[in-house]
Write a protein that binds this ligand. Structure first.
Ligand SMILES: [Zn+2]
Length: 394
């Protein structure tokens, strides 16, 4: 068999839920996997040593094309040898395409067939992002997995709006693929490694993105057109953008099982621990979300008994850890009362400790998910997890 950019193998399955081994040119990643978000070249509030420690053991993190392109700029990162060298991280990276961030700008952007015009939030300068530019920036970053440049429709978009957006995404996917392949041939990929694994060739991988908002026919058409172009993996985009939760679950249930069996499936930007388990049960393998880091900075902790708000007065003299079932270093050492004090005093350590615990909770939950699937207990694990999580006694 010829070598590919990534290799992917299912090693255990229960219903639609699967455990897989994803070999990238830098890390071997067990899936289902949660990928912490490193927007501006940093997983906010966390040192890389902590991400690499056995306690978290994050094998892959996200980098954000839009933010890194605007600051410090693709040229700076290219001159520093690519994103791995620039930030000091030797494990795998996935970069998004910037499509979602420019979509989030709303009225501030101008959408054309060619790409998107907008003003930089950093310095107000006029910028233009297109499939070609996104591929060029992602080659300079040198991530293990790059994403096609897509257009996201609002969760409640009409059929007409969602169709136009989905068709634009399909045309942009073909342009992304073409420019990506050129850049690989030209050697522009800064993350290229010597072929050190038996199954992968050291090149960057490219994932396609399925859009179509809440419309089943458009989702399936988007999937077919994306698969026809051909990618190393496939993502479901445009969820958790204002639609009802039931619509999100229905869309995943419809799309995920129809995605190519032999490729990893990535649900972008979702979600809560319950959402992750629901998506795993529907056949999704990869996740990213800002919740553990962003919420940690805002005083919210995820626990096996549900989320808690450390600002709440009930924690003033609470000597319990955030989660009695969590083995992370924060829960072993510190009480809720102390974390609340740090938060109220505006101490940066509050954000650091809450972020660490939240990442530990998300990553450990995924470890337990993999274990449960391997032993054929995932359905029971999910039921018990959700019941405890919603018990409201945390
Ligand atoms: Zn903990």
């Amino acid at each position: 068999m010829s070598k590919t950019a990534i290799s992917w193998q299912v090693v255990a399955q229960e219903g639609k839920a699967r455990v897989g081994l994803l070999q990238t040119r830098r890390s071997l990643i067990e899936t289902p996997v949660f990928m912490p978000v490193g927007t501006a070249g940093t997983v906010k509030g966390t040192r890389f040593e902590a991400l690499e420690s056995p306690e978290l053991d994050a094998r892959i993190i996200l980098g954000n094309t839009y933010h890194l392109w605007l600051r410090p700029g693709a040229d700076v990162i290219r001159a520093c040898g690519g994103l791995h060298r620039f930030i000091g991280w030797e494990r795998a990276l996935l970069t998004d395409s910037g499509g979602f961030q420019v979509w989030s700008l709303g009225a501030l952007r101008k959408l054309r067939e060619e790409g998107v015009e907008f003003r930089s939030h950093v310095d107000g300068s006029a910028r233009f992002l297109s499939p070609e530019v996104s591929m060029e920036v992602q080659a300079a970053l040198g991530s293990e997995i790059a994403m096609a440049f897509d257009e996201c429709a609002p969760g409640k978009a009409t059929h007409e709006v969602a169709r136009a957006s989905m068709e634009l995404t399909a045309r942009w996917a073909a342009r992304s693929r073409a420019r990506f392949d050129e850049l690989q041939r030209e050697g522009a990929d800064m993350g290229r490694t010597p072929e050190q694994h038996t199954s992968v060739n050291g090149e960057q991988a490219l994932f396609g993105i399925v859009q179509g908002a809440a419309h089943a026919d458009l989702r399936l058409e988007s999937l077919a057109r994306t698969v026809e172009i051909g990618f190393d993996g496939y993502a479901i985009g445009g969820l958790s953008v204002g639609e009802e939760k039931s619509v999100m679950y229905d869309t995943i249930e419809l799309v995920a099982p129809q995605m190519p069996q032999g490729r990893p499936r990535y649900l972008m930007g979702v979600g809560t621990p319950e959402d992750l388990l629901a998506a795993v049960a529907r056949g999704v393998d990869m996740f990213d979300c800002v919740l553990p880091t962003r919420d940690g900075r805002n005083g919210r902790a995820y626990t096996s008994l549900g989320p808690i708000n450390i600002k709440n007065a009930r924690h003033t003299t609470d000597t319990r850890p955030l989660d009695e079932d969590c083995a992370c270093s924060v829960c072993r050492r510190h009480a809720r009362a102390y974390l609340r004090h740090l938060y109220n005093a505006g101490e940066m350590l509050a954000s650091i400790l809450l972020t660490h615990h939240n990442l530990a909770f998300f990553l450990d939950t995924m470890r337990r998910v993999r274990q449960a699937i391997r032993s054929g207990n995932f359905a029971r694990f999910q039921r018990e997890f959700v019941e405890r999580y919603n018990s409201g006694v945390g």
